[in-house]
Design a protein around this ligand. Structure first.
Ligand SMILES: NC(=O)c1ccc[n+]([C@@H]2O[C@H](COP(=O)([O-])OP(=O)(O)OC[C@H]3O[C@@H](n4cnc5c(N)ncnc54)[C@H](O)[C@@H]3O)[C@@H](O)[C@H]2O)c1
Length: 280
């Protein structure tokens, strides 16, 4: 029997019938297929954008919660049948517990909790809020066979001076709380991580910039600050980082701070005439 050459031809130059092409890969399923997620502060900004991305990635249901009921109901309508709104104030422990219970009662499970609720104001009660949003979902996500808790931190919790003083002080502890909670909840199989986005011109940031710099437009300032040429931080970049941390792609990632800032807090380029060629 003639044996095949490396290039698929037969010895003596005889050509083999062309082989069937490899099958196309199966269409990618959503990375959050079948999961149930709850998003605090989901009525607006980054929380709402994450809800949209979660739905695109196949979540069975996204429970958006917010202290602003009017905005929350509108966001629920806008996001479609797989989203619905539950009022919740993250500063009130019972309110967070009730929202988690409602999600589990409706959908039978809770796999992902994204804590996006935030304000740029006073620090009162910050450490207690951090405990509410960790404790309430811990049992439910564990009961669902693991689970992922994600907290929205900020580049203002990585470098000082990027936001107002109270805002910075409220964001620095998030990465620490996340590590401590990740340690506590690891034995339940629950992963805990945070996301530290660069500035995206959402209502809260626009408001902060307005208090710091009279008359300046947040969008133009933010664009000018980008360290990564040709691009800026968009809501979808932050939402996709949350999708990753929520998904099984990150099944061995816990206690991590995923900074989404185009390198802003990692390096500064000095405006000096460095040689462009390496010396021999
Ligand atoms: N936008 C940015 O550039 C940026 C950058 C880094 C981090 N963050 C963080 O991302 C998160 C979301 O910010 P955003 O820009 O989308 O702001 P946003 O103002 O658009 O949304 C915040 C939402 O949280 C809700 N909220 C406020 N207090 C609440 C409470 N006590 N209980 C429940 N909900 C409450 C608000 O009603 C609002 O809908 C915040 O934690 C913020 O610190 C934002």
């Amino acid at each position: 029997m003639a044996s095949e050459m490396d290039d698929g031809s037969m010895p003596g130059g005889e050509c083999m019938a062309s082989r069937a092409p490899p099958p196309f890969p199966a269409p990618a399923k959503g990375r959050l297929e079948g999961k149930v997620a709850l998003i605090t502060g989901g009525a607006s900004g980054l929380g709402k954008a994450a809800a949209h991305e979660f739905i695109q990635e196949g979540t069975a249901a996204v429970v958006i919660t917010d202290v602003n009921t009017k905005l929350g109901l509108a966001a629920g309508q806008e996001l479609g049948p797989r989203a619905h709104f539950v009022p919740c104030d993250v500063t009130v422990e019972d309110s967070v517990a009730a929202a988690v219970d409602a999600a589990v009662a409706w959908h039978g499970r809770l796999d992902v909790m994204l804590n996006s609720a935030g304000v740029a104001g006073s620090l009162a009660g910050t450490s207690r809020h951090a405990t509410h949003v960790m404790a309430a979902p811990a049992g439910s996500t564990a009961a669902s066979g693991g689970g992922s808790i994600i907290c929205m931190a900020s580049v203002s919790g990585v470098l000082g001076g990027l936001g107002t003083y109270p805002y910075s002080v409220s964001k620095f502890p998030v990465a620490g709380v996340v590590k401590a909670a990740a340690a506590e909840l690891s034995r339940l199989g629950v992963r805990v991580n945070c996301n530290s986005p660069f500035a995206v011109p959402m209502p809260m940031v626009v408001e902060q910039f307005a208090t710091m710099l009279e008359g300046a437009t947040a969008g133009s300032i933010i664009r000018g600050l980008s360290e990564l040429r040709g691009t800026t931080c968009e809501v979808v970049d932050v939402a996709r980082a949350a999708v990753y941390l929520a998904s099984d792609d990150a099944k061995y990632v816990s206690g991590h701070n995923l900074v989404v800032d185009g390198g802003f807090t990692s390096y500064k380029r000095m405006n000096l005439p460095f040689p462009t060629k390496l010396r021999e």
